[in-house]
Structures are given as structure tokens and as C-alpha cells.
Design a protein around this ligand. Structure first.
Ligand code: CTP
Length: 396
């Protein structure tokens, strides 16, 4: 960890005192800490305390001649391996979600090309407010990671979620983000498919499936965090490639299969993509004109089944996992799919539950030849980490 550096933005909240302890833990582990203290933050902790613990200068002003001469804010934003915001106040989250850049902290967040981890801290009502929850979704979709908030008694006398995570928990999240955790999948190669596929009807029209790609991207990221060398074969999504993952962009199911086969040999394959089962038999090179009437029909042909092809191929990865999006009879359909595709596990989810498709949470059941294990509803990131852990146990 001696070479690693964190840029720590300390926002204005009573939890700012915990960031002093966090700084101490990081320094003890040999991680460099360069602090930015917002004006509101300086109402709660002093620049002197932060500087003494960080053993570095504290940056506060966007328009400081001395600071800019030493290190411009753009350089500052890229001077670390990870940007940590603790406490991440409602105000800082709102600024970051909307791309505002009116002070040093928000400008740094907008200018950085490094991963960002936020530890929110605020009053429970502020946390639960629709505006904060909206900002949270936007930030997650932009690739920001979160630790906490915890639930409990708050300094303002109320009770609920909003307390900043404890310094030890933020420290662990930072170590994991910096790659300091255990690497049980080091040396293993994984292929993950994600997102929808797009099948052209003509140059302007297409057949596709609903899929945000969130679950597949989270799995690719979780496998990479455990040391796997991950190729993420992705249909069109609005998501950034997770850190440390090789992303191959594709459109059609046939392209997705070809990209997966090109990534073989692999030890693990996780097929999360919502592949279009059919494609138009002939994708015209010219736009189909309206001509006053709709075409009678669009003839469809079947697409290759990527999961089945990988499961039954000569170069089969040791562990092949499929997903099953079902709207009814989850268990029966998932078991049948396991047998039909020839894969080892099926992660089944009930997409009839509102908010699953495109949402941030997922309730899944893991179906193996040994039986069905139901997991409680949790964030897609947590489903991914738990699945990655289970995968790593197969390679012990
Ligand atoms: N899958 C795939 N290639 C396809 C279709 C599906 O790799 N052409 C994979 C998906 O990535 C997922 C699993 O197969 O891991 C199950 O997908 P799903 O759409 O639920 O199943 P289908 O095979 O389409 O079966 P059905 O339509 O009967 O539910």
C-alpha cells in the first residue's frame, strides 16, 4: 500500500471528526492522504488537525494563488489513486450528481478521472428526501461507489439511516478499492456478458431487450476486485467500464458470441446479458419506407444461445453461470433452464417485481444441481459481491 494515495474530501458535517480517525488509519497502513477541506468542513474540524494527521498540506480554496502555483486543481484531482468523500454531505452529493463546479471540492470531483468512493452523512430526513435519493441513483449510475450510511441515533437527536459509516468500515472499503483485499481469483480468467443485444431491422430500426447492464457490470467489477482477469462483453449501455475490467462492446447476439469465443480459454463465464432470442431474417441495407402501410410481418430467425454454446463447447470454462429472468414459476423455470443450457448454476430473478429491471436492487435465488438457495433482496452490487465470493470458493 506504500505507493497508494487517496485524495480525501472532508465535507461539512458533524461526522467530519471521524475523518480524522480515518486519516490516521490510512497513514498507519502506509497510504498517502492528500486532504481537501470544504469551507463547511472547516466549521467542524481544523485544517491543522487534518494536516498533522495526513502529514500533508490541506487544500481548501479554488482560487488560491499559492495552491494553484504549487498544484493546479486539475492535477490535484488526478494526483491520487482514489478520491474519497467523507463525510459526503447532501450538498456535496447534489453538486457531484449535477456536475456543479463552484468550489474546490466539487471542481475536483468533476475533473477527476479516478474512482470515487463516498461515505454519506446527513440527517435521516435529508437522506430519505427524494432529491438525495435521486442524486444517489445518478451517482451510482456514474460509477461512484458508496459505503454506508449506517442506521442509528444521530447527533441531531433523530434515529434512522444517515450516520456516516465508521472509520474502520470506510478504511476497509478504501483498501478494497485500492486493491488491498484478498485475491482468491488471481490468475483466473472470467468472461461476463452484460446489457441488451441489438438486432437491426434496417439501418434505423432495431429489436432489443430491456436491460440496464447494471447487474452484469457489478459482477464484472466484483470478480476483478477478487483478482480475476475479466473480459466484459457488453451490449449498448449507459454505464462506464468498471475499473480493471477489459470491456468489449458489441451490438448483436452473433457479435456477442464471437467476442466471448475470442476471449476463451476462461475459467469462469457469467452470462448476464439480456440477449435477443431472435433477429430479423434479413436486415435491409436501406431504410424500409413507410409507403402508406405497415409491413405485414417481420420474419425472424433464432439467434445463437451464448450460454448454451459456452456450456456445451469443447473449451468449456470450468464454471458456467447463467441468469434467468422470469415472471412466473421461478423455481421450475430456473431448474429447467439449468438442465437445458448445460450450465453449472442459474441465478434466477423475478422480474415481475416492480423496480428490478433497470433498478438498483435485486432479489435472486441461486439454483445449483444441489438445490435452491434464496438470497434476501439487496443492492445489485451486493448480489455481485456475494456471487463473486461463491465463485471464488469453487476455485479454492
Ligand atoms: N442467453 C444467452 N443467449 C441467448 C439467450 C439467453 O446467452 N440467445 C443467456 C442469458 O444471458 C441468461 C440465460 O441465457 O444467462 C437465460 O436467459 P433467458 O432470457 O431468461 O432465457 P431464454 O433462454 O431466453 O429462455 P426463455 O425465453 O424460455 O425464458
Amino acid at each position: 500500500m506504500d505507493q497508494k494515495r487517496v485524495l480525501l474530501i472532508v465535507g461539512g458535517g458533524i461526522a467530519a471528526y471521524k475523518s480524522l480517525e480515518l486519516t490516521r488509519l490510512l497513514r498507519k497502513a502506509g497510504v498517502g492522504v492528500r486532504p481537501i477541506l470544504t469551507r463547511a468542513g472547516s466549521e467542524f474540524v481544523t485544517a491543522l488537525s487534518l494536516s498533522a494527521l495526513a502529514e500533508d498540506k490541506v487544500y481548501s480554496e479554488l482560487f488560491s494563488l499559492t495552491d494553484e502555483a504549487e498544484m493546479g486543481h486539475i492535477e490535484l484531482s488526478r494526483s491520487a489513486d482514489l478520491v474519497v468523500v467523507a463525510p459526503a454531505t447532501a450538498d456535496l452529493m447534489a453538486k457531484a450528481a449535477n456536475g456543479l463546479a463552484g468550489d474546490l471540492a466539487s471542481t475536483t470531483l468533476l475533473a477527476t478521472d479516478k474512482p470515487v468512493l463516498m461515505a454519506p452523512a446527513m440527517n435521516v430526513r435529508m437522506w430519505e428526501h427524494a432529491a438525495t435519493q435521486r442524486n444517489l441513483s445518478v451517482l451510482k449510475a456514474d460509477g461512484v461507489s458508496f459505503v454506508g450510511p449506517d442506521e442509528g441515533a444521530m447527533a441531531c437527536g433523530e434515529y434512522g439511516p444517515g450516520r456516516m459509516a465508521e472509520p474502520a468500515a470506510i478504511f476497509s472499503a478504501i483498501m478494497a478499492a485500492l486493491g488491498g483485499g484478498a485475491k482468491p481469483l488471481a490468475g483466473k480468467r472470467a468472461i461476463v456478458t452484460a446489457g441488451p443485444t441489438v438486432e437491426a431491422i434496417d439501418p434505423v430500426r432495431m429489436l432489443t431487450n430491456r436491460s440496464s447492464g447494471k447487474q452484469g457490470y457489478a459482477i464484472a467489477s466484483a470478480l476483478a476486485a477478487l483478482g480475476a482477469e475479466v473480459t466484459l462483453v457488453s451490449g449498448p449501455t449507459a454505464l462506464p467500464a468498471p475499473a480493471g475490467v477489459k470491456r468489449v462492446d458489441v451490438e448483436s447476439a452473433r457479435d456477442m458470441l464471437a467476442a466471448c469465443e475470442a476471449a476463451l480459454p476462461a475459467d469462469i463465464a457469467v452470462c448476464v446479458a439480456a440477449v435477443a432470442d431472435w433477429r430479423p431474417a434479413t436486415a435491409g441495407e436501406q431504410k424500409i419506407k413507410r409507403d402508406g402501410k405497415a409491413p405485414d410481418a417481420i420474419a425472424l430467425v433464432e439467434n445463437p444461445d451464448i450460454l448454451a454454446t459456452l456450456s456445451q463447447g469443447k473449451r468449456r470454462p470450468k464454471l458456467v453461470i447463467g441468469f434467468a429472468a422470469e415472471t412466473n414459476d421461478l423455481d421450475a423455470h430456473a431448474k429447467a433452464k439449468l438442465a437445458r443450457k448445460g450450465c453449472d448454476w442459474i441465478v434466477a430473478n423475478d422480474v415481475s417485481v416492480a423496480g428490478t429491471m433497470g433498478g438498483d436492487d435485486n432479489a435472486v435465488a441461486l439454483v445449483t444441481k444441489g438445490g435452491i438457495e434464496r438470497w434476501e433482496r439487496m443492492a445489485k452490487g451486493d448480489v455481485a459481491r456475494r456471487l463473486a465470493d461463491r465463485i471464488s470458493q469453487e476455485f479454492k
